[in-house]
Design a protein around this ligand. Sequence first.
Ligand code: HEM
Length: 396
Amino acid sequence: MSCPVGRERDDEEGKGLHYLEYLKIPELLNLQQPLSKSAENPNGVHDEHLFILMHQVYELWFKQILHELDSIMNIMTADFLDESLMLVINSRTSRIVVILKIVVEQIKVLETMTPLDFLDFRHYLSQSSGFQSLQFRILECKLGIRDDLRISYGGSTYKSAFSDDRHRSAAEQLEQATKNPSFLTLVDRWLARTPGLDGEFQFFDKYSKAVREMLAEMKDEAKKETSLSIRNRKLKDHETQTKFFKQLMDVEEHASLVEKGQRRLSHKATQGALMVALYRDEPRFQPAYHFISSLMDIDSLLMQWRNNHSLFVQRILGDKMGTGGSSGYRYLRSTVSDRYKVFLDFFNLSSYIIPRWHIPKLTSEMKDTLGAYFTADGEKRRAGGGESHHSGAEKD
Ligand code: HEM
């Protein structure tokens, strides 16, 4: 290697570290060992090599994703988040998103394998199945998929894949991942601390008032409509929206939705997310908004992965059972569901976004709190040069 690390590692003969040793390439290339290999067929069944290699590539990407996620969670575990670290958090979250995009696409390589070719070696797999991917389960648990929302099959849970003595260490790692606060919990705690929820500004009171005004306006507009069919449609729309907003305004109703698994975030964190979404142009909220968008990307991409994998399994297995004992395609298809979306609330948030002209104005104190100020010619100036029209400071 030509990097400084290589030079430090020069051996007695002055030879630097070699690419092959640093990256352990011989060991890596020796890890694909088709079970179909035999004296008569030393390379094994042709497609088994691809099958093994593809799984290993996925596992390596899962490893890198967990590496990034652990570091983000470490930063977010603190009682308060040093906002200068938002750049690191956002870069690493974006990296997870880019990896997931590759992971989603990569199934296309496996799709070149036909059902007939797969059957040439499937019997060697015995009961081994992606259902036993420890890293995938750790990732799901760390992100915060709720156990009670998972789809089980034949009374088995994902934990049963590691219940025998041989996999005690795997079971322990999984247990640890479920015990620690999940990424979702850390995101919840962070959002619940959003500036402006408490103190002088009291965002949610102002927002609730704005919603009531907006709904009253909607109703007035509907009543003015001369066409009966349009009026009825508008009144119906008003009724649905009123019901919807009530779910957000009523803390107890929100708690019951959390209980049922239809909401994941606490009420306070939901308020925080809403505030970030509405005032996203404010300098301090910009990185937070970016972060929330990336979290939705993670959910969308994992959902795409589940979808692509289940379609692929249907293509290659039809309605046959999986080697892990599930119904195969039908089980996998049922996991392509909101039950498996960790950041579901961010998707739902769009229902509560109100038009710009209804968004409560920020007070000058809030502008100060959320703005990035710098001094030029002895004057305090606002970064960005001006007020955005929906979040201009309230005239006190
Ligand atoms: C020929 C290729 C593949 C087939 C036929 C296949 C089939 C299946 C089936 C039938 C299941 C359901 C569990 C079972 O009964 O076994 C499953 C689960 C799973 N597979 Fe695959 N799979 C393939 C490739 C892959 C690859 C490349 C990965 C990447 C790591 C993967 C990861 C998983 C995971 C993580 C699960 C658990 C999903 C869940 O429970 O939500 N599979 N697979």
